[in-house]
Design a protein around this ligand. Structure first.
Ligand code: HDD
Length: 705
């Protein structure tokens, strides 16, 4: 990047003629400022007007000679690079990884064996199907990619927030993505799987069934990036100093706990704040509430591989935590927002093939294909083979080789020698088998064939295990999601085929979805070679709700105010929220704030129409009788309360807010915390809100099929 020259110029009245801004320089900050220059460093005298053959009264033609204009427009014309074919929509942050438990016995990688060493990281979270400008709350898998700049080179753990994948072999990836992205003839719908091509493909690809259960679950609509688990998905290998290998799966576990939104809420957040997730990440870091995850591993050997019901190299299967427990070995903290979105978040190039000595690949055919794809895609996205020199991609350890030249070569390698072996110069870089990357030794023999291993053929058992490991509420949400998605599918045969695949998981699930779609008649199972096993034990670790954290830490409370609200109620709520670690936001009819009963101004963070309750985890109505009366005929206020109720949120209210609760159709339950005498039930509200949503309310606000 070009450095701004140190040259300073003092602001002065512009004396030259013909400026369009009253003859003055633009000057907003006072004092001195850096000189604006071209890319070539020439100082710019006028950034407001192109060079014209002109007189002061009328503009004449613009002159081709104007290199300032041409350079500026030319650069602008080339500001975009191709967005990622998948995971185009993303947000990222810097931070560090710290090892807390050494895996030296299993891996010679420094990052996995030196306890206490802090390794810089850059983590990017993303949706998969949507284009770069699509909303954050699409129902989708979230990318969870972490670049660890270790002292032994970059290690990229390019994972997702779901531990399994749609397909078993990389050769199907282009088909999967073509089916999921906007349909090629019409260019829509984007950022969603609720359309014919996606369901057509997956209904003909039974190996997707387990993943479908996950993406129809609330895992696909997380509350925030900080509330997501991350998974390396594939089985990798660790290699220790003696060359012994151990299989490993990587897991990121969020300190803030798992949390998701409700589907109707997701739909509305996409309108209310399409940047909901990236804003939350940015704000959390800005406010010093650094998102944090534990890194945990599942370690296993050949003996486990032989006895496991499925193939550990099949990316559509997971290994239940109950079978191979997680061992926590470190933590990742994200504590710095990017300085520039394009330079860092857009130009970062994650690649599965970036591993360091001590970590190795397995023969998972999906992983093997990925190892080709990621380097290849960077070449077209970043324009040439020197993208690793971009600051965000460059390793933070010494890097020396004889790769030379190419587009955008920023280095100036000295000397005559750009090859190896060589003898002309001292101290040229050499390979070293003792310290260098070595692959796990493996004896392989067989026929050259295009086949899938036999153990890969069971597509339904873990789908079934996942469904029945969920709470009743979560199962209901999965069923509703299937109904929603399939109701957007126009081709009846596709809907029926999906039901036929679901029947392979469980007849009951298929029947519930059919009921919700209004499809009558017997569901025809799609033929399968391996029926679902019914003997796999439930795995509570697969449920979000079974391990949800009951806390207000990091949550957002939305408080509705209007003229006449009591300032002390708001002050007490603020105090209580702070103590609970939550953030309190004020929503008022006017962004200028509300005039409290005592005449003070209560500042607003949101204007009512721009601060719908979907943006908050729970709401409080701090209203006076006049305020409640006025807001009862304000559709946005009624919707604010009604939505919070139907999204099962805890609602706190001053007694005077009752008319608004009534207008919004709020029925008394344990999540509606309203004092019936003077005073505000702040403590009760905060205690109740910390417990999370009121799941028992759900059957009273929407049909459960
Ligand atoms: Fe991929 C991007 C995760 C299968 C090909 N992938 C990408 C990103 C994530 C994943 C998180 C975004 C990285 C970023 O933030 O820049 N991908 C996965 C996971 C998979 C997976 C967890 C299965 C376990 N991917 C997969 C396959 C292929 C690709 C099978 C191709 C054969 N993925 C790509 C890609 C992308 C990508 C086309 C697009 C942009 C990029 O790489 O840098 O190469």
């Amino acid at each position: 990047m070009k450095k701004q020259p140190a040259l300073k110029s003092t602001v002065a009245k512009k004396t030259s003629e013909g400026t369009g801004n009253g003859g003055e320089f633009h000057q907003f900050s006072g004092g001195t400022h850096a000189q604006l220059t071209t890319q070539q460093g020439q100082a710019i005298s006028d950034d407001e007007n192109s060079l014209k053959l002109s007189n002061t009264a009328r503009p004449g033609p613009v002159l081709l000679e104007d290199f300032v204009l041409r350079e500026k427009i030319n650069h602008f014309d080339h500001e975009r690079i191709p967005e990622r074919i998948v995971h185009a929509r993303g947000a990222a942050a810097h931070g560090y990884f710290e090892l807390t438990d050494s895996l030296e016995k299993y891996s010679k990688a420094r990052v996995l064996s030196q306890v206490g060493e802090k390794v810089p990281v850059f983590a990017r979270f993303s949706t998969v199907a949507g284009n770069a400008g699509s909303p954050d709350l699409a129902r989708d898998v979230r990318g969870f990619a972490v670049k660890l700049y270790t002292q032994e080179g970059n290690w990229d753990l390019v994972g997702n927030n779901i531990p399994v994948f749609f397909i078993q072999d990389a050769i199907k990836f282009p088909d999967l993505i073509h089916a999921a992205k906007q349909e090629p003839d019409r260019g829509f719908p984007q950022a969603q799987t609720a359309h014919d091509t996606f369901w057509d493909f997956v209904s003909l690809t039974p190996e997707s069934t387990h993943m479908l259960m996950w993406i129809m679950s609330d895992r696909a609509i997380p509350r925030a990036f900080k509330n997501m688990e991350g998974f390396g998905v594939h089985t990798f290998r660790l290699i220790n100093a003696a060359g012994k290998t151990t299989f490993v799966k990587f897991h990121w576990r969020p300190k803030a706990g798992l949390q998701s939104v409700i589907w109707d809420e997701a739909l509305k957040i996409n309108g209310g704040d399409p940047d909901y997730h990236r804003r939350d990440l940015w704000n959390s870091i800005n406010e010093g509430k650094f998102p944090e995850w534990e890194l945990a591993v599942q370690l296993f050997d050949e003996r486990f591989v032989d006895k496991f019901e499925f193939d550990v190299l099949d990316a559509t299967k997971l290994i239940p935590e109950e079978q191979v427990p997680l061992r926590v070995i470190g933590r990742m903290v994200l504590d710095r927002n990017p300085t520039n979105y394009f330079s860092e978040t857009e130009q970062v190039a994650f690649m599965t093939q970036n591993v360091v000595a001590g970590i190795d690949f397995s023969n998972d055919p999906l992983l093997q294909g990925r190892n080709f794809s990621y380097l290849d895609t960077q070449l077209s996205r970043l324009g040439g083979p020197n993208f690793a020199q971009l600051p965000i991609n460059a390793p933070k350890c010494p890097m020396m080789n004889f790769q030379r030249d190419g587009h955008m070569q920023f280095q100036t390698p000295p000397g005559r020698v750009s090859y190896s072996p060589s003898s002309l110069e001292q101290n040229t870089a050499r390979e070293d088998p003792r310290t260098g990357f070595t692959s796990a030794k493996e004896h392989v023999e067989g026929d050259k064939l295009r086949v899938r291993p036999e153990l890969f053929a069971d597509h339904f058992s873990q789908a079934r295990q996942f469904f029945f490991s969920q709470t009743e509420t979560e199962q209901n949400h999965i069923v509703s999601a299937f109904i929603f998605e399939l109701s957007k599918v126009e081709t009846e045969a596709v809907r029926l085929r999906v039901l036929g695949q679901l029947a392979n998981v469980d007849n009951g699930i298929a029947q519930r979805v059919a009921n919700g779609l209004g499809i009558k008649g017997k569901i025809e199972k799609v033929a399968t070679t391996v029926p679902a096993r019914e003997d796999l034990p439930e795995s509570p670790a697969l449920s979000i709700l079974k391990k949800a954290k009951k806390s207000l830490e990091g949550k957002l409370i939305g408080c509705l105010i209007a003229d006449g609200s009591e300032a002390t109620v708001v002050a007490n709520l603020r105090k209580g929220a702070k103590k609970a670690g939550a953030d309190l936001k004020m929503i008022a009819p006017k962004i200028g704030g509300a005039i409290a009963k005592n005449g003070a101004v209560i500042e607003a963070d949101f204007q009512l129409a721009g601060g719908p309750s979907v943006l908050f985890d729970c709401i409080f109505l701090a209203l006076s009788p006049e305020g409640a009366a006025a807001l009862s005929s304000e559709a946005a206020a009624v919707a604010f309360v009604h939505d919070a109720f139907s999204h099962l949120k805890v609602i706190g209210a001053t007694p005077d807010a009752q008319p608004l609760l009534d207008k919004a159709g709020v029925l008394a339950d344990k999540g509606v915390v309203s004092a019936n005498k003077k005073g505000a039930p702040i403590d009760d509200f905060l205690t109740r809100a910390a417990m999370g949503r009121i799941w028992e309310r759900e059957p009273s606000v929407r049909t459960i099929y």
